[in-house]
Design a protein around this ligand. Structure first.
Ligand SMILES: NC(=O)c1ccc[n+]([C@@H]2O[C@H](COP(=O)([O-])OP(=O)(O)OC[C@H]3O[C@@H](n4cnc5c(N)ncnc54)[C@H](O)[C@@H]3O)[C@@H](O)[C@H]2O)c1
Length: 379
């Protein structure tokens, strides 16, 4: 099998999740390339070396430019913070490498558009790591909607709730807390958490026409972990918006890091003419489904344990009835990416799909500032 040499940038949470996926995918899915963890890249040499050792990377780079310049790297995987996605992706596309990029695709739509143009001009395979599409229960929701089981969709309701930034002592900037620093993150929960909800929604329910939003920054100043100085907080701590989809359905979206008791509660509910669907990240292997066409005496919400061989992705894992978890969504994403490269039909979400989400988050932030309904651009 022809090798596929991976160059991984970033050794944090996502560097680990992606490395795990690259290592496992060939054990469970019929891929046509031999994945080689060729090089890990991070700015701190000792930490990058330790990461490379743990995950089995053959070599280490401390400058992503050197990684991209290497002839023995086929694919650049950007698992670094949002502020560096664009310049790395542009350079990787110019060098003719395949590019996978973490979400949100960019700091703003202008950057994201440049990235889309670069990968499309260079004709390099590309994808954004919106991994929730590939949780089997979420993929099953897509299948049920596409089969028309819900009928006309009236409502889409999504939330992503966390509680880790309530204390004013949490700094902004630096390792782990870069998400609170607008210069590195671009925005707060809108680009971080809502971006996931929006990507899933665009996939399941089509495009969003317009939004009206409100955001709040509850803690106005925080010490910067790198400078030690108290600085104004530039991110949104909480964000909520109403949306109209192009198919006529209405939606509410909410994300916050101030919902005490919730660590990563991503839920969505879709109500159609015939049926409804509900999914909850804390119970990710289940899909709740209600079908009004069932006989009245047995009609009710059914909790589908998505673990059988005829349900998405599951025949590649263990035996029916045994559930899988969060990390498997990344394995599925690599499997689908490689299948797309092999067939010439790129798996979504491509960079262009990532731009579509960035257009929505941008409209949300603009609407929150203006207090007006704001149209969403088409990607
Ligand atoms: N798909 C998901 O569910 C999901 C979950 C978490 C994070 N993310 C996204 O993944 C990305 C990384 O987030 P994380 O949670 O892994 O963060 P993290 O803080 O755990 O890791 C960030 C990594 O980026 C590296 N980095 C930053 N600038 C760099 C540079 N110039 N050169 C090389 N490396 C650099 C850091 O050293 C670190 O290794 C972000 O874009 C984030 O939004 C996605």
């Amino acid at each position: 099998m022809k090798p596929l040499n991976i160059g991984m940038i970033g050794y944090g949470f996502m560097g680990r999740a992606h490395s795990n996926a690259f290592r496992k995918v060939g054990n469970f899915f019929p891929i046509d390339r031999r994945i080689v963890l060729k090089a890990a890249c991070g700015r701190d040499g000792a930490k990058t070396q330790a990461f490379a050792h743990t995950w089995g990377y053959e070599s280490v780079e401390t400058d992503w430019r050197a990684l991209i310049a290497r002839d023995d790297i086929d694919l650049i995987d950007i698992a670094a913070t949002n502020n560096v996605h664009a310049e790395i992706a542009l350079a990787a596309a110019r060098a003719g490498k395949m590019v996978l990029c973490e979400k949100p695709l960019a700091m703003n739509p202008a950057e994201a558009l440049k990235m889309v143009k670069a990968v499309e001009k260079a004709k390099v395979p590309n994808m954004v790591w919106y991994n929730y599409r590939r949780v089997p229960a979420v993929t099953l929701a897509k299948q049920l909607i596409d089969e028309g089981r819900l009928g006309k969709i009236f409502h889409y309701r999504a939330k992503f709730l966390q509680d880790w930034t309530i204390s004013a002592d949490v700094p902004q900037g630096g390792q782990g807390t870069w998400r609170l620093d607008a210069a590195v993150a671009g925005s707060g929960v809108t680009g971080d958490l809502l971006a996931h909800c929006i990507d899933t929604a665009l996939w399941l329910n089509g495009g969003i026409k317009e939004v009206t939003a409100m955001t709040e920054t509850f803690v106005k100043e925080r010490q910067h972990a790198l400078t030690g100085k108290k600085q104004k907080v530039g991110i949104d701590d909480a964000s909520a918006f109403l949306a109209r989809f192009r198919n006529g359905s209405l939606a509410t979206f909410e994300a916050t890091r101030y919902a005490r008791g919730h660590k990563a509660l991503y839920t969505f509910e879709i109500n159609g003419e015939h049926a409804s669907i509900f999914w909850d990240l804390h119970d990710l292997h289940r899909l709740q489904y209600f079908d009004h066409r069932d006989d009245g005496v047995i009609r009710g919400w059914r909790s589908i344990h998505v673990s059988d061989g005829d349900q998405p992705y599951m025949k590649n894992w263990w035996v029916p009835g045994l559930q899988i978890g969060y990390e498997h969504s990344f394995v599925h994403q690599v499997a689908d990416f490689l299948a797309g490269v092999a067939s010439g039909q790129l798996a979504a979400p491509t960079f262009r799909d990532g731009l579509a989400t960035d257009y929505v988050t941008d409209a949300v932030l603009k609407s929150a500032r203006s207090g007006q309904w704001t149209k969403v651009k088409s990607a």
